[in-house]
Write a protein that binds this ligand. Structure first.
Ligand code: ATP
Ligand code: MG
Length: 417
């Protein structure tokens, strides 16, 4: 029987191999002689082989989920087994998020090809039913699309000739599922609110019908250079199945461990954490945080992505990870406490960031109001209520906490008789 081996490239360099060992139900991972760049920050270059029972987590980062995964199974039929991540990686590995490319041994990694073409993309954004068009594109390219997440999605190219030279689409194109109508509108507004709040956020373009969203990829630089990307499941060295098994304290610690500018990144993480609570995003799980890097000496928290008011769709939704063992929405005081206890921030700084977050949401209300008028749907309306109420409630809670704090006294020492 032929040996089943995958070649792993870091950028353009063949760096490592992963071999399936069916006898021992294991995968054997080895760096090649002369390898310099690690495939993951959790897997430094060593000259001995490593054995795994499941894929090394970094190779799971972009494995398809949801409708994309179903489309692959439908297209590939019996050629791929439902629970075989190795086979899945063999298919989609040529187009992953980040700087890794995985191909069957000996194949060229440059077999990547353009996805949705610019003219088709323009028509899609103007179409009265973009969802069908995204679904079609997703199905067309499914078995070569290495991206995770439950919403239907594909890669896309943004514009004219110059960009066609890029190995893969420089945008992610996602569309709403039947379960969550209006989710792209809400995500678009949340991303804009995050940008107004001072976060680094990729550009988003909403289709005219509000059903699809184009998101600029941050793992591809302006010159086409690819950055390393790992989500927090990969950094914790756990399978993607554990994406809801973690805490925000743990995520802050993990970031401090890997970031090469932990102070700045903790501040950024706190800002994203504050927005997550204020916008009621109950899906900020371990795959919805990530890092970007050029080398282990240059590692930073990635721009914010997948920020959505999930309570607009699931009114009882709660935070995806725990804090102090609970999954509950925090008021302004609780958010500030997280900044002090887990991000090393002082009171003045947490309050300044919180204020910028509240203003960011308020500034986005007119946009979301316009969108809700153009696309009258209950979830969009509910998101608008959150955008209106959340800053108000937070401000009341800040004022109440100031009232509760003891009034300054001239001296707390007992005065002598
Ligand atoms: N702008 C971006 N640039 C590069 N990679 C991205 C970007 N946005 C998201 N990703 C990657 O794509 C994955 C899926 O994207 P996203 O989280 O937006 O999809 P989703 O279907 O809404 O996910 P979920 O299942 O969490 O709801 C992310 O986990 C991340 O790995
Ligand atoms: Mg996601």
């Amino acid at each position: 029987m032929d040996r089943d081996i995958l070649d792993i490239y870091v950028g353009d360099r063949l760096t490592a191999t992963l071999e399936r060992d069916p006898q021992n139900l294991e995968y054997v991972f080895s760096y090649l002689p002369g390898a310099t760049d690690p495939i993951s920050l959790t897997m430094p270059v060593i000259d001995t082989e490593d054995r795994f029972v499941t894929l090394p987590p970094v190779l799971e980062t972009s494995l398809p989920e949801g409708e994309l995964l179903e489309a692959i199974f439908r297209k590939m039929g019996k050629a791929i087994k439902l629970n075989d991540d190795f086979d899945l990686l063999k298919l989609v590995g040529m187009n992953l998020i980040g700087r890794l490319t995985v191909v069957p041994s000996g194949e060229s990694p440059s077999a990547r090809f353009p996805f949705t073409q610019p003219d088709r993309l323009e028509a899609l954004l103007r179409s009265p039913n973009s969802k069908d068009m995204v679904t079609r594109a997703m199905i067309d390219f499914a078995e070569r699309t290495g991206i995770s997440g439950v919403l239907p999605k594909t890669f896309a190219i943004s514009d004219g000739k110059s960009r066609l030279a890029l190995p893969a689409g420089d945008y992610i194109l996602k569309t709403e599922s039947d379960e969550y109508p209006g989710i792209c509108i809400v995500e678009h507004a949340c991303m804009i609110a995050c940008r107004s709040a001072g976060l680094d956020v990729p550009e988003t373009i909403l289709s005219d019908d509000g059903k699809s969203l184009l998101v600029r990829r941050f793992d591809i630089g302006p010159d086409g250079m690819r950055y390393g990307f790992e989500d927090f499941c990969s950094l914790r060295f756990i399978s993607r199945k554990g994406k809801y098994e973690g805490s925000y304290e743990g995520a802050a610690k993990l970031l401090s461990l890997f970031s090469t500018d932990p102070e700045a990144d903790r501040r950024k993480f706190f800002r994203a954490f504050a927005m997550m609570h204020l916008l009621k995003n109950g899906d900020a799980h371990l795959k919805n945080f990530g890092i970007l890097y050029t080398s282990p000496e240059d590692v930073r928290l990635s721009p914010t992505y997948d920020m959505v008011t999930t309570t607009a769709f699931l009114p009882k939704d709660a935070p995806a990870l725990t804090l102090k063992g609970n999954r509950t929405w925090l008021d302004a005081e609780g958010i500030a406490a997280f900044g002090a206890e887990n991000c090393g921030l002082g009171t003045k700084e947490t309050m300044e960031i919180l204020e910028e977050c509240l203003s960011g949401i308020e500034e986005t209300i007119p946009l979301l109001r316009d969108l809700s008028e153009r696309h009258p749907m209950a979830p969009v309306q509910r998101a608008l209520s959150t955008f209106r109420q959340s800053p108000e409630v937070a401000r009341e809670s800040i004022i109440a906490s100031m009232d509760e704090s003891p009034a300054p006294r001239k001296s707390s020492r007992p005065t002598p008789e």
